[in-house]
Write a protein that binds this ligand. Structure first.
Ligand SMILES: O=P(O)(O)O[C@H]1O[C@H](CO)[C@@H](O)[C@H]1O
Ligand SMILES: Nc1nc2[nH]cnc2c(=O)[nH]1
Length: 281
């Protein structure tokens, strides 16, 4: 499928015609982390299957609906479930909602994800503020901005050295302190791989050597597209499991464990994001 500017506009127009809400903040919820959307007030909910040109979620823990509403007085739109390339979607489909958000007037994008910990000082249940990313698929040609540039969204050559907004990171750190949760907050580098396989021992070690603190199968593509259309970005990675980097380990990565850990920390992450949203200008 080849998306054109008019497709994004058609989806945004349809949403605008169905709700008077005009969110400035969008939140993409990671695996098992969609509970945040339940906290919105005056909710208007659109199942993805009803939204023109929207893909559908296929992964457990990704509900598949777009929720508009107010969080701490701030108008938000929340994706309860995201899209991944391993589901068979292409790069433009995975990132489709981000451009729609931009056309709706969103200025700030908050992303959450579940990830495997690579940094040996991290523990399962830690929440990592993403300070930078390695877009591994993008580095080898699978970048969602490949193809003709759409100038109405952004420029051809995009700077990514300031992808994650330093002011929002500082706000998040300050808020975590106020919440008394610094003990399991980390700040580090998220690496995206395409999945759906979890890492072999040597792949895990290689990613660590590259400078990654966590690894997952999402987020980086959405961030590239968000930055291209000028959105400010804040990202949280919940460490749901530690990547196996020793051959004699009996640990085996699995999605059930990923979802189990998100249940353990979902309320803390929801509380943190809620308080941050309240402070976003
Ligand atoms: O990144 P999110 O969507 O949170 O999901 C993560 O969890 C799944 C693997 O357990 C993968 O989809 C990985 O990317
Ligand atoms: N690639 C990858 N994605 C994850 N998502 C949650 N845990 C993991 C992991 O260990 N590896």
């Amino acid at each position: 499928m080849k998306q054109c500017y008019e497709d994004y506009e058609a989806t945004a127009d349809w949403l605008r015609s169905k709700t008077a809400q005009r969110p400035k903040v969008a939140i993409i919820c990671g695996s098992g982390l969609g509970g945040l959307a339940e906290l919105l007030h005056n909710k208007v909910v659109f199942p993805y299957k009803d939204i023109p040109l929207f893909p559908q979620t296929t992964v457990e823990g990704h509900q598949g609906q777009l929720v508009f509403g107010t969080l701490e007085g701030q108008q938000c739109v929340c994706m309860q479930g995201r899209f991944h390339t391993y589901e068979g979607y292409d790069l433009k489909q995975v990132t489709y909602p981000v451009r729609v958000f931009s056309l709706l007037g969103v200025k700030t994008l908050i992303l959450t994800n579940a990830s495997g910990g690579l940094n040996s000082s991290y523990k399962v249940g830690d929440i990592m503020l993403i300070k930078d990313q390695i877009n591994l698929p993008g580095l080898v040609g699978n970048n969602p901005l490949c193809g003709p540039n759409e100038d109405r969204f952004g420029e051809r050559f995009l700077c990514m050295s300031d992808a994650y907004d330093s002011d929002l990171i500082a706000l998040a750190q300050q808020t975590a302190e106020e919440q008394g949760i610094e003990e399991f907050m980390q700040k580090g580098v998220y690496c995206m791989v395409s999945g759906p396989t979890y890492e072999s021992v040597t792949e895990g070690r290689a990613l660590r050597t590259l400078g990654a603190d966590t690894v997952g199968m999402s987020t980086a593509l959405e961030v590239v597209v968000a930055r291209h259309c000028g959105l400010r970005v804040l990202g949280f990675s919940l460490i749901t499991n530690m990547v196996v980097t020793e051959y004699d380990s009996k640990q085996r990565a699995n999605h059930a464990e990923v979802l189990e850990t998100t249940r353990m920390r979902t309320q803390v992450l929801e509380g943190l994001v809620t308080k941050i949203v309240a402070k976003i200008q």
